[in-house]
Design a binder for this molecule. Structure first.
Ligand code: ATP
Length: 353
């Protein structure tokens, strides 16, 4: 398995270094023969190549079996004509990574403020309100007059259908419960189509219980009783916001592992951003990037039928859980360790098992 590794901005280099060590450790332990190809995206690429991402990098990623992308300083990248392209969008769009899978669960050893839970947000990743990816060329946010902005939202039957399918297939491997999160009371046509397509696809999965919740009410419900949920399927922006909330409810945004998956490609990238407030301070929790790496290995194992990749993904998840249980973790989840030391603790668990 060939994986392109792009550390990204802010805390990215610190957390990606830990994820790379873990990938190398499981490669050795499970005989995966991983080939890691290190390159740059974001600010480093802008300095080196005059663009945050390049066509040559895309070619390399297209030829690889997976991508590990660090967090990106998307807020800094404003003008595509100056090479300031949002790398997250670039790969999601060009690799057609339509399903953003963001699990959130509590861990033994950490106080579960809202009780124990284990859920997954399945977020549509290629259209919706994201102005940088929902039209073929240019952006769909327009300055009509100096005082008027129009931002377009795109919802297509095809994208609703495929994200619904991802959610129901995932639910079949879990507690067989899908919750559709929407705003169909206001976005009657777009979210109406989204709900209809989810129910349509749901007919193929009669064992799966389906319900739906309006997105604003969901903010209360998921805080009140997160254990009510199993798989939550929603459109792009709602999923982006909701999954930050569910990661934080699980203990910290630093636990937010995430996979961006399409038919042929996948990218492991933590759910959070570049966290400039803690960058370079050895404070970031590497768990999110580790769990993203585990998800990428699992995705590959499921596609290729490679049990050893599934074991490797599970081993990383177990090592993260074990370090949290033993308190060998970063401050955001109640520990006293820095990023590097927390990473070493995960590696020790990986090697000892
Ligand atoms: P960006 O502009 O790149 O989105 P941001 O700071 O606005 O960055 P996030 O990076 O998502 O948004 O961070 C939100 C909060 O969560 C910050 O206080 C940040 O320090 C914290 N945070 C994010 N990731 C981690 C992590 N891996 N470990 C610990 N704290 C984190």
């Amino acid at each position: 398995m060939k994986i392109v590794v792009l550390p990204g901005d802010g805390i990215g280099p610190e957390t990606m270094a830990v994820a790379v060590d873990a990938l190398q450790a499981v490669s050795q332990r499970f005989d995966l023969g991983l080939q890691l190809d290190h390159d740059v995206a974001g600010h480093d690429s802008l300095k080196r190549h005059g663009a945050t991402v390049t066509p040559a990098l895309l070619e390399k990623v297209l030829a690889a079996d997976g991508l590990m992308l660090g967090p990106m300083a998307t807020y800094d990248f404003k003008d595509e004509s100056k090479g300031e392209i949002n790398p997250s969008k670039f790969f999601r769009k060009n690799l057609d990574l339509y399903a953003n899978i963001r699990p959130a669960r509590t861990y033994p050893g950490m106080p579960a403020r809202l009780g124990e839970f284990d859920l997954v947000v399945v977020r549509e990743n290629t259209e919706g309100f994201y102005a940088d990816r929902n039209i073929e060329s240019g952006g769909s946010e327009m300055l009509i007059t100096p005082d008027v902005v129009v931002s377009l939202r795109r919802i297509t039957r095809q994208c609703c259908e495929r994200i619904a399918r991802s959610a129901f297939e995932l639910a079949m491997t879990r507690k067989k419960h899908v919750t559709i999160v929407h705003k169909a009371n206001v976005l009657k046509i777009g979210d109406g189509m989204f709900i209809d397509m989810c129910h349509e696809v749901g007919k193929e999965f009669p064992e799966v219980r389906v319900d739906d919740v309006i997105v604003d009410a969901m903010m209360a419900h998921v805080v009140r009783a997160p254990d009510r949920y199993d798989v939550i399927v929603t459109t792009n922006m709602f999923g982006d916001i909701l999954s930050d909330l569910t990661a934080e409810l699980s203990g910290s945004l630093g636990l937010g592992g995430s996979l961006n998956a399409g038919r042929d490609h996948a990218m492991g990238q933590a759910a959070h951003g570049s966290a400039p407030d803690i960058a370079g301070k050895d404070l970031a929790n590497p768990a999110s990037q580790l769990l993203s790496a585990a998800m990428l290995l699992t995705w590959y194992g499921q596609r290729k039928g490679g049990a050893k990749f599934l074991h490797a993904g599970a081993a990383i998840e177990a090592a993260v859980a074990a370090t949290i249980a033993s308190g060998q973790c970063t401050a955001d989840v109640g520990g006293k360790l820095g990023t590097r030391a927390a990473g070493q603790a995960v590696l020790a668990h990986l090697r000892a098992a």
